[in-house]
Write a protein that binds this ligand. Structure first.
Ligand SMILES: [Ca+2]
Ligand SMILES: [Ca+2]
Length: 589
């Protein structure tokens, strides 16, 4: 049988198979999610898209009828989770900054090697008392440009200073040392800036968001090293806006900035900290941290699924794919030349379509460090110099900082040439990673479920709107189901009773979500064994932000083996609201 016959036979077999056995095109999954209020004229709408790895854009349709009539700006699904930052704390603090210490460094006893220890109590941070409440800061790390010159050497420049952490994965080891939380919670925190070019002048924003979708506090109970692994779910129900403190007059720089934009530009810092701290009864003990790893969106234009393709590389036993694997350095994650290079070593990356290069970041190979390097951009006709620089031989304080970053390049390119001109050692020259950032590329998403959200503003108070998520993949639209939201009629708080947790025979934590809708709010939980509840928790300040926050109380002196009903209640000057009834049962003794 010749080749053509062979293919015909396969075709005939495929046609004769029942449809259930034929490979079918996987359709994008599109789900409309629920919506949360942004003050009395806006809503954050959530949804999910599974793009099956295909380039996909999305938007939300909304309107007073199922005819919709309006739509949010169309956005690309973010590129793949394929950029990595890791800190082992085996050789010091690794650039993690400790303004309000005490942080202790221990060179052994970690998981494995060295680790850092946070000791409580530390000083109260009141900057967010009108949002999530009082904080105790642990150690943090800077991701992007800062106005403080004394900190410039501590900046990691993730993605040249503008990392996209939407849906990022976090893992680390934690250990509680005689830890007594006293109602506080250990959680993830980000600071994101807009208009950073104006410095700290009017127009600068630095939005703070707490990820309240995953609390690390329970891992501290055992006194042993425990591994925390979680995702920053990109959904407005999982976040609490840090907010500001209006009594501190210099804190007008912490206004609301939507989650999608804030998490797409975590260009200031991130860390784990203690939130919901009661200054009268602060947490006690110590927390050990080790082996932190962050997996975030790889926006590099030379990353293959973003349209960058290596078309020329020097001969070497080393795999040049290690230069675009998303890792700054590490075994099997770096490239080195063959022995005794005599002339410049050239790499050429072609782009699927012309791009605008705004920044490049080159990471060192600490074992075989490159010294002088130059980059050239190809405009379709000729190569012209993009930048020339000298890489640091070693990073300070560690290899994560062994890089150069060049920003503000604004150069159109069809291709990019990277030329290693010299090395610090004669035997070999090497590099850890090449990253190029800019615009104009078509970036493929992960073959995974995405969460998306968008703020819709200028809505009419009290009105009910229809909305749905629309995803466009390969020029075909797919539609999530129709849903509705009702914009708040007035500034009365919005509340939702949540689940109970940490239930023992005499204690329980009651959770909920509270939106103060811009006016100072207080909240408490009603609870009891009979209809009408009968008891109420102490009242707590719920802040005055525009968006929902996590609110909870810890109950004690409960009766063992008893079923309790509860609901969240909140009030501000505009009125009082209560959430739905829920119930839990204490453990028997
Ligand atoms: Ca370690
Ligand atoms: Ca690498």
């Amino acid at each position: 049988m010749n080749c053509i016959d062979h293919r015909l036979w396969i075709l005939l077999i495929l046609i004769s198979l029942p449809p259930s056995l034929q490979a079918t095109e996987q359709k994008p999954i599109v789900n409309s999610g629920f919506a949360t209020a942004v003050g009395t004229t806006g809503m954050t709408v959530n949804g999910q898209v599974h793009p099956h790895g295909r380039y996909t854009r999305y938007y939300f349709e909304y309107g007073l009828t199922t005819g919709y009539g309006n739509q949010t700006p169309t956005r690309d699904l973010p590129p793949r989770l394929a950029a990595y930052y890791q800190e082992s704390w085996d050789h010091g603090y690794g650039g993690w900054y400790k303004r309000d210490g005490p942080m202790e460094y221990h060179d052994q006893g970690g998981q494995p090697g060295g680790f850092v220890r946070y000791c409580s109590p530390t000083s109260d941070d009141h900057n967010h008392d009108d949002g999530i409440g009082t904080l105790h800061l642990a150690s943090y790390v800077y991701t992007g440009p800062l106005s403080a010159p004394e900190l410039k050497d501590l900046i990691l420049f993730l993605s040249a200073g503008d990392p996209d952490l939407r849906g990022a994965k976090v893992s680390l080891s934690v250990r509680g040392r005689d830890w007594v939380a006293n109602g506080s919670e250990l959680l993830w925190w980000t600071q994101s800036q807009s208009n950073i070019e104006v410095g700290t002048n009017p127009g600068w924003k630095r939005a703070n968001w707490a990820y309240t979708g995953y609390l690390l506090t329970d891992l501290l109970k055992t006194g042993r090293w425990e591994k925390a692994e979680y995702r920053l779910e990109h959904n407005s129900e999982h976040w609490t806006f840090g907010g500001n403190h209006l009594q501190l007059s210099n804190r007008l720089n912490y206004p609301y900035w939507p989650i999608d934009q804030s998490q797409g530009h975590v260009n200031c810092d991130f860390f784990h900290l203690l939130a919901f701290v009661d200054p009268e009864n602060p947490p006690q003990g110590a927390i050990d941290f080790d082996e932190f790893q962050l997996v975030y969106r790889n926006k590099s234009l030379v990353f293959s699924s973003n349209g960058g393709h290596l078309t020329a590389a020097p001969r070497s036993d080393s795999d040049p794919a290690t230069l675009t694997d998303g890792w700054r350095h590490g075994p099997h994650r770096m490239w080195q030349s063959d022995e005794n290079p005599k002339e410049p070593l050239e790499f050429i990356y072609h782009f699927d379509q012309p791009v605008m290069i705004n920044a490049v970041q080159l990471h060192q190979n600490p074992e075989w460090p490159t010294k002088d390097i130059e980059l050239e951009a190809f405009d379709g006709n000729t190569y012209t110099p993009l930048c020339r620089s000298q890489l640091p031989q070693q990073g300070m304080p560690n290899a994560n900082f062994a890089f150069i970053v060049k920003r503000g390049l604004a150069t159109e390119a069809h291709a990019l040439k990277v030329r290693i001109l010299s090395g610090y050692r004669k035997a070999r020259w090497g590099l850890g990673e090449i990253e190029v950032f800019g615009s104009g590329a078509t970036m493929l998403p992960d073959d995974a479920l995405y969460q998306v959200n968008t703020d819709i503003m200028n809505l009419r108070p009290g009105k009910t709107y229809h909305y749905r998520l629309v995803a466009d993949s390969n020029g075909r639209n797919r539609y999530g189901s129709d849903r509705t939201f009702t914009v708040p009629r007035d500034a009365k708080p919005r509340v939702r009773t949540g689940l109970s947790s940490r239930i023992t025979s005499t204690t329980a934590k009651l959770n909920g979500r509270l939106n103060p809708l811009g006016q100072p709010a207080t909240f408490y939980f009603e609870y009891g064994t009979a209809p009408g509840y009968g008891k109420r928790s102490p009242s707590f300040y719920g802040g005055l932000q525009l968006v929902p926050r996590t609110a909870f109380v810890n109950l004690s002196n409960l009766q063992p083996g008893t079923r309790y009903h509860y609901r969240l209640v909140a009030e501000n000057d505009a009125g009082r609201s209560h959430g739905a009834d829920a119930a839990f049962e204490t453990l028997s003794e």
